[in-house]
Design a protein around this ligand. Structure first.
Ligand SMILES: Cc1cc2nc3c(=O)[nH]c(=O)nc-3n(C[C@H](O)[C@H](O)[C@H](O)COP(=O)(O)OP(=O)(O)OC[C@H]3O[C@@H](n4cnc5c(N)ncnc54)[C@H](O)[C@@H]3O)c2cc1C
Length: 408
């Protein structure tokens, strides 16, 4: 593989976390190539996790989430093309076509176009909020400002974003009601046992959580929005947020010839072809881990960072990075911190090995075919980090129980 030369021109599509971190990582590796970063949002790259936490709660103003300040943009010698979408990719010529009719031709292309919030086909769709972009928060805050304290705000989806939004809205004095279609939030991600242990958190934080809620439609009403349920009942809320997962931003690659299958399919070096790579939320990558090599797409902040550093290192030195071995995720919800290492499947075996619901903190191990595949904790960051070695080499569940690193 040829490493990057100063005569090369790397085009990065997607000015989010992965795209921006890749620019920074390349320069850190000593890259002197020309760099262009293309993003369809008008805002300079910013961090998304604070949007449903510190920003929504009102502790941070929007600017504090910025990753790419004007000084950093200048320091990294990168041409920013913001507020314009990539509409096509010519892989053979490393050329990106843009929505304004222009094209950017380079030598290498990085796809970092991430995901967007999924919407639901409700009649009042244009009155319903999602939380993905800074613009979403600006619009939501405007809507919330017109509501009295204590007004009901609906949240469809009790997953990570929904739970964080509910927590923030409760702190701001609204009355969040979370409508979850499943019998337990997060069951599809964390599995039956863990989602059962997390069930009580909403109540403890004074948030109303309603499960098995099948919604037929949402329409405008005099008081805001009316949610109509399949059982014939309805509920009026002042504002409504939908947090029901994401869709990958890959439509612009439809005629590129790249393999698109739940994201852009890339190899263990994050390459989709010789000179085209994909990183972050949009990448479905070959992930070697303690239970074997899996093809996964992981929507974690830390993974997007890790991809950016790994690809920069590979293109600059030809060396592979091992940084991706243990994905990390966290969520702050209902006054608690959920943290996870690894990428367990919901049907993996689960054993809680420390703590309890009553203690308000615990650690559980996931295992697959007897090998530890993931670790999840509730408000127990120290135990989580002490247990990380269990995922750095294959360890049987029996051996993990014997070693009990969480108890050190
Ligand atoms: C509210 C919120 C809270 C979160 N909290 C956590 C958390 O607590 N812990 C955690 O681990 N993760 C969290 N995440 C996930 C984390 O933020 C993502 O994993 C991370 O943002 C992925 O970065 P990315 O750059 O791959 O994609 P994105 O952040 O989606 O960035 C992609 C960028 O590309 C742009 N783009 C898309 N298509 C085009 C196109 N055709 N042309 C030009 N530009 C395009 C998009 O508009 C976007 O700006 C959270 C996400 C959200 C939304």
């Amino acid at each position: 593989m040829d490493t990057l030369a100063s005569s090369d021109h790397v085009i990065v599509v997607g000015a989010g976390l992965a795209g921006w971190r890749f620019v920074e990582a390349l320069r850190r590796e000593g890259c002197e190539s020309e760099l262009t970063l293309i993003g369809d949002e008008v805002d300079a790259p910013y961090d998304r996790p604070p949007l449903s936490k510190n920003v929504l709660v009102g502790k941070w103003d929007l600017a504090k989430a910025t990753l790419a300040t004007p000084e950093l943009i200048e320091k990294n010698h990168v041409t920013m093309r913001l507020g314009v979408s990539a509409t096509g990719l010519d892989v053979a010529h490393s050329t990106v076509h843009l929505g304004d009719g222009s094209s950017v031709a380079g030598s290498h292309v990085v796809i970092a176009s991430g995901t967007r919030a999924r919407r639901l086909p409700f009649s009042a769709d244009d009155r319903i909020h999602t939380i993905r972009r800074l613009d979403d928060i600006r619009r939501l805050n405007k809507d919330l400002a017109s509501l009295d304290s204590g007004s009901p705000v609906g949240i469809i989806g009790g997953g990570f974003i929904g739970a964080e939004a509910a927590t923030a809205l409760r702190t701001r004095g609204y009355r969040p009601i979370v409508f979850e279609v499943a019998s337990r939030p997060l069951e599809g991600v964390l599995g039956e046992e863990v989602s059962t242990w997390l069930m009580g958190l909403a109540q403890g934080a004074d948030v109303e959580l309603r499960v098995e809620q099948k919604i037929g439609d949402v329409t405008e009403s005099p008081g805001g929005l009316r949610i109509s349920f399949d059982d014939g009942t309805d509920e009026e809320v002042g504002a409504l947020i939908v947090g029901v997962g994401v869709q990958t931003n890959v439509e612009w690659l439809a005629s590129s010839g790249l393999i698109l299958d739940n994201g852009v399919v890339v190899d263990e070096h994050l390459l989709a072809s010789d000179r085209v790579a994909a990183i972050g939320d949009v990448a479905r990558f070959a992930w070697p881990n303690v239970t074997g090599t899996e093809s996964v797409r992981i929507e974690h902040w830390e993974v997007a960072n890790g991809h950016a550093s790994a690809l920069a290192k590979y293109w600059m030195t030809g060396e592979s990075s091992t940084q991706l071995m243990v994905p990390y995720f966290w969520s702050d919800q209902y006054g608690k911190k959920i943290q996870m290492l690894g990428h367990p499947r919901p049907d993996d075996e689960v054993q809680r090995v420390s703590g309890s619901d009553d203690e308000g903190k615990w650690l559980a191990l996931y295992s697959r075919n007897g090998v530890v595949s993931g670790i999840v904790t509730l408000s127990n960051p120290r135990a989580l980090m002490l247990s990380k070695p269990l995922l750095e080499d294959p360890v049987t569940l029996a051996n993990a129980l014997e070693r009990a690193p969480w108890a050190s």
